[in-house]
Ligand binder design. Structure first.
Ligand SMILES: [Zn+2]
Ligand SMILES: [Zn+2]
Length: 420
């Protein structure tokens, strides 16, 4: 909006939120390593890049700070035994561009809230024996081994290079505006109308009262009608946009609030630590991996009908409102039905289309499985020999050949479909 004063977040910032945003821009455009992201975030970006590459597309995300909370550091947090998660958000503007064969085929601009979940080790806890994906070679090894030098690639790491990491991120549309932004938006409506009014009135009066008086009358008429009509036009367009976008979600907002209380009440019965914020972030990351995967049927945490090919044309996804439709527990399995309102970009034959999708997801988790914020499909631990490996690449444990079941460790997606 104010190009002259755009504040870009930097990779050299000492704030992890800002570093991640800057690295993400690079990661999407060039495939550069997002070192502030954990292995699951990097995996999600890798799949996304792969989708774009297969379609011969280049996408860029241009993120700049703006708005009422452009440098805020407030957060919500949740914990498990070893780790602490903090959910931060900041207001920003997001410009997306899609290129095919060096030609721009799509661009979009919007005010957004960027959300990031930052995972850190609790200050009073030792995590030496926890498994970590080597940031250099990707092997799953114990943290104490990485500190002494990765047994596979010999790289040494200090603890502050391993944590904190961004373990999830998403964007939601931001409707809030600073006073300055409101003024500049109104001006965009008023000035053209004032000029049009000035010309119109001047020409009209030219024939009745002559040149000098006509200009005066024109200026007065243009100023007044342009100002009034412009202001109302701005108000209506803003309202219209709000209702169009929030559209289905307006009815939902109350519902979403209600389900959040319900959700937390339900979860308290089983595990105090599963907060709604944690759950939302979890769902967002599972859905991102499923949608960008070329072979979702084969994902270790997907256990439903065949869906290969269903999402192949989606090249960008932004999460909207999330509504928990149903929660119930049977035989030690907790099942939730969730509707996610998403804003997706589809590409087909060089044409990019923006589409609102309602995606219904059914998720299950065993109630006796403790919350593990360090859980990752890139470093699961074999239930039989305790060896650790990448579940996205191994159907059975590569050390002892035992098959494993992600359902014994974390959430499983039982079904995912676009409802509308
Ligand atoms: Zn290594
Ligand atoms: Zn094993």
């Amino acid at each position: 909006m104010n190009d002259d004063k755009k504040i870009k977040w930097s990779k050299n910032s000492n704030n992890i939120f800002e570093r991640f945003a800057a690295e993400l821009e690079d990661g999407i455009e060039t495939g550069a390593k997002v070192t502030t992201g954990n292995q699951d975030v990097r995996y999600g970006i890798e799949l996304w890049r792969n989708r774009l590459e297969k379609k011969g597309l280049k996408m860029s995300y241009d993120i700049a700070a703006r708005g009422l909370n452009s440098d805020g550091n407030n957060f919500r947090e949740w914990n498990d035994e070893h780790y602490i998660n903090k959910l931060y958000y900041r207001t920003c503007e997001l410009k997306k561009t899609v290129n095919k064969d060096e030609k721009k085929i799509f661009s979009d601009f919007d005010n957004m809230d960027m959300y990031q979940v930052v995972t850190d080790v609790k200050s009073d806890v030792r995590v030496d024996d926890d498994i970590y994906c080597c940031p250099n070679c990707g092997a799953s090894v114990m943290i104490k081994e990485l500190v002494e030098g990765c047994p596979y690639c010999n790289t040494f790491f200090k603890m502050d290079e391993l944590y904190p990491k961004v373990s999830n991120f998403y964007f939601l549309r931001d409707y809030s505006r600073t006073e300055k932004e409101i003024k500049s938006e109104i001006r965009k409506f008023i000035y053209p109308l004032m000029i049009a009014g000035f010309i119109g009135y001047t020409v009209y009066f030219l024939f009745t009262i002559g040149l000098p008086w006509a200009i005066l009358a024109g200026a007065f008429g243009g100023f007044l009608s342009g100002g009034i009509i412009g202001y109302f036009a701005w108000a209506f367009s803003t309202l219209g946009r709000l209702f169009k976008d929030a559209g289905k979600a307006v009815v939902l907002l109350a519902n979403v609030g209600g389900t959040m209380i319900n959700f937390n009440k339900w979860m308290k019965r089983y595990n105090n630590d599963i907060s709604y914020e944690y759950f939302q972030a979890k769902v967002a990351s599972l859905v991102r991996v499923i949608i960008f995967s070329d072979d979702p049927d084969d994902l270790p945490f997907y256990d439903g009908e065949k869906i290969n090919g269903t999402f192949d044309n989606i090249i960008d996804m932004n999460r909207g409102a999330l509504a928990v439709r149903k929660i119930n527990e049977e035989n030690g399995v907790l099942q939730t039905v969730v509707d996610i309102y998403m804003l997706d970009l589809y590409e087909n034959n060089g044409k990019v289309k923006k589409k609102e999708d309602k995606v219904q997801v059914v998720l299950e988790k065993k109630t006796d499985v403790a919350l593990d914020l360090g859980f990752s499909i890139k470093k699961i631990q074999c239930p039989s020999c305790a060896g650790s490996f990448d579940a996205t690449k191994n159907k059975v444990c590569p050390y002892c050949n035992t098959s494993y079941n992600i359902g014994d460790m974390d959430w499983v997606v039982k079904s995912i479909k676009i409802v509308k």
